[in-house]
Each structure stands twice: as C-alpha cells, then as structure tokens.
Design a protein around this ligand. Structure first.
Ligand SMILES: Nc1ncnc2c1ncn2[C@@H]1O[C@H](COP(=O)(O)OP(=O)(O)OP(=O)(O)O)[C@@H](O)[C@H]1O
Ligand SMILES: [Mg+2]
Length: 356
C-alpha cells in the first residue's frame, strides 16, 4: 500500500508549468528521494504533498485518502526545510514541544515525548539551551526532532542537509537514515545531490524539467539509466552514438570507439530493436591500463589529455580518435600523466544502451 500517491498531478504558475502530469507512488515506510537539478520541481511536489501549494490538476492521497482539501495542519506531516529556523526565543525543548501543543496530547505527556525525540537525534541534554547555543548541525537535528515528535504519517525533508558543511553533511546523512529506519516513518527527501540520494534512498525519483525521468532503487537508476539525462545526472558517463546491430537473446551495439559491444539485455531495457542507439559507459568502468586486456575485456588504444586529481580517485580525459572520453580510476602507485599512450579497458557487461 502506498503512503502517498500523486495522481496525474499538474502544477502551473501562471502560464509556466512547473510540474507536468506526474503520477507517483511513495511506498509505506520507504525513504524516497526526489532528485534533480535546480528548478526541476522537487520543492513544488513536496509543497503540494504538504498542503502548502494546491495542485492545478490531479489528486494527492495520503494513506489512501484524498487530501486535496485537507489543510496542512490536519495532514499529520513532519516537515524539515533547508533553513527551517527554530524559534530563537524558545528553548530547544519548547521548540520540539511546539508541534504537540496543537494536538490532543495531554500536557503531562509532553516532556517525556520531547525527551524521547531529543534522545533519538542524540542530543538528550540540550533541552534547556537556546538555538543560538547550538551548532548548525545540532540545530538541524532539533528541527528533525520537532518534526518527528508528533509521530507524523509522512516526513517531508527539503534539502535539510544542504546548509551544513561537507563533513557534517556526511555524518548527518548516516544519522538521518538511522533515525528513519528506527522509527520506520515514510520519508520524502528532496536533494539535488546525487551522492546523498544514492547513499540514503530506498527509491530514487529522478526528475528533470517538471517530469519524472525514472523511478528505481539506487543501483537501478545508477546501473540502468532510462535516459541520457539520468545517465549524465547520476555519476559521470560517456555516451556515444551507436548502432544496435543485433537485438535478441543478446544485444550487440557498435560504435566508433569501442567497436562491437555485447550489452546485457537487462541493461538495455528501452531498446526495442536494431537501429540507432546510444552506448553508455560509466566513467569509473573505463580503466586506463599499460597491459593488454584479459580475455573478454575490450581494449582500445588512447592518449591521456588531462589529469584531474580528486583525492582517492583521479579523473582522466582521454582521446580515442575523434572522441574524448572520461575515466574515473582509483589512484595507484603509478598514475598516468598527460601525453601517455594507454589502453582503455572496458568489460562489455558494464555497458548500458539507450535508444538513439
Ligand atoms: N510561486 C511560484 N511562482 C512562479 N514560479 C514558481 C513558483 N515556485 C516555483 N516556481 C518555478 O517552478 C519551477 C520549479 O521550482 P521548484 O522550487 O520546485 O524547483 P526545485 O527542483 O525545488 O529547485 P531547487 O533545487 O533550486 O530548490 C522553477 O522554475 C521555479 O522558478
Ligand atoms: Mg527546491
């Protein structure tokens, strides 16, 4: 059963359509991420689920019930936004208790619920402090405690980690996922950060320009992108013009760079027959090597053009004839340098194909 359903939702602002007809099911208890570039409609969708915006068309269901006409405070949702500021003149405990005051929670039960929520976010001893006496990450945890203390049916999170610095953001990612798993609350999380989405989600909804491009588990959208947009947005991919020359038990695609590549049929689900196609090669699946390739691995000669160090990995731009390709490899003791002649190794089973 789905906890939240968007049914044929359209959202227009004047003559501009921010969300094109969208149907989406958020399964009960799942951590679902709306992922896409700035302006693709993530926040608009979230605000419609929250009841902060009315859809122009379509229906929103929460727990199977139509909520289009149910105001936000009757939807039993927990909300955390990027800068969902805490009330500065209330203590942390008063901030967390805020949502409970407007519900039928007996006064005597409030302190224990607040304390439980603070313990869940691992800040059990800060109830008497004021928000300004906490770090940014701690404040965001309090905002989360305030959202979950009401035991919401759905937790809606709009880029809640984006104001935090990189290290803290990674810690909070783990923390947020732990809390969500512990209380099992259905969560809709919005981000434009693909690594966040891949690390945290049960399901990723990849969006572009007001449309859903693909819905799938992280490994599905990563390994089997349904469109060129998804292949480029999640990780770095090399996408080349190709021809599908065999489409049966095996799918064979030929391009000018790698020649004939036998792509697993499961990685070409949208390719319906022979003819124009695109070959998708993830940057990290393209290995620079000095040696010949082992059996079953494609090898093409290339020249290193640019070397871009990225910490544990290095991104190479390499040239194969007309094509410039990128490869992201782990750094070993003998990294390659610009000008080196190398072999590019590629396992056909790591390739995907799209319609041309
Ligand atoms: N109130 C509004 N009036 C007019 N246009 C709006 C309004 N709210 C959003 N839009 C437009 O709708 C589109 C989607 O906006 P939305 O805020 O949903 O994007 P987003 O995916 O959340 O982007 P970001 O990652 O930058 O937060 C944008 O082009 C935006 O300019
Ligand atoms: Mg937004």
């Amino acid at each position: 059963m789905s906890a939240v359903t968007l049914q044929d939702i359209v959202k227009r602002f004047g003559s501009f359509t921010a969300v094109h007809r969208t149907t989406l099911e958020i399964p009960e208890g799942a951590f679902v991420t709306l992922l896409g570039p700035s302006g693709c409609g993530k926040t608009t969708n979230l605000r419609m689920i929250a009841g902060l915006l009315d859809p122009s068309e379509g229906e929103i269901l929460i727990g199977g019930k139509r909520v289009n006409d149910v105001p936000i405070h009757k939807r039993n949702l927990g909300l955390v936004f990027q800068n969902y500021a805490l009330f500065p003149h209330k203590t942390v405990a008063e901030n967390v208790a805020f949502g409970l005051k407007y519900r039928d929670v007996p006064k005597s039960e409030i302190p224990a619920k607040v304390q439980d929520a603070l313990e869940l976010v691992q800040l059990p001893n800060v109830g008497d402090r004021y928000p300004k006496e906490l770090s940014g990450g701690q404040q965001q945890r309090i905002a989360l405690a305030r959202a979950i203390v009401i035991e919401p049916d759905v937790l809606l999170l709009d880029e809640p980690l984006s104001a935090l610095d990189a290290n803290l953001r990674e810690d909070m990612r783990v923390e947020l996922k732990r809390i969500q798993e512990r209380i099992g609350v259905t969560t809709v999380f919005v981000t434009h950060d693909q690594s966040e989405a891949l690390a945290m989600s049960d399901l990723i909804v990849v969006m572009s320009e007001g449309r859903v491009e693909q819905v799938g588990k992280p490994e599905e959208v990563y390994n089997t992108p349904a469109s060129e947009f998804v292949a480029n947005f999640l990780g770095a991919s090399n996408i080349t013009e190709a021809q599908c020359i065999e489409h049966g038990a095996s799918v064979v695609v030929e391009d000018a760079t790698f020649g004939k590549v036998t792509v697993p049929a499961a990685k070409a689900p949208n390719l319906t027959g022979t003819g124009k196609a695109k070959l998708v090669v993830r940057a990290e699946k393209l290995l620079l090597a000095r040696d010949a390739a082992p059996e079953g691995v494609i090898s093409v000669p290339a020249t290193v053009e640019t070397v871009d160090y990225q910490g544990q990995a290095v991104r190479y731009f390499v040239r194969v004839g007309e094509a410039q390709l990128q490869a992201i490899n782990m750094i070993d003791e003998r990294p390659f340098a610009a000008g080196d002649a190398v072999n590019l190794h590629l396992r056909p089973q790591d390739c995907a194909a799209l319609p041309g």
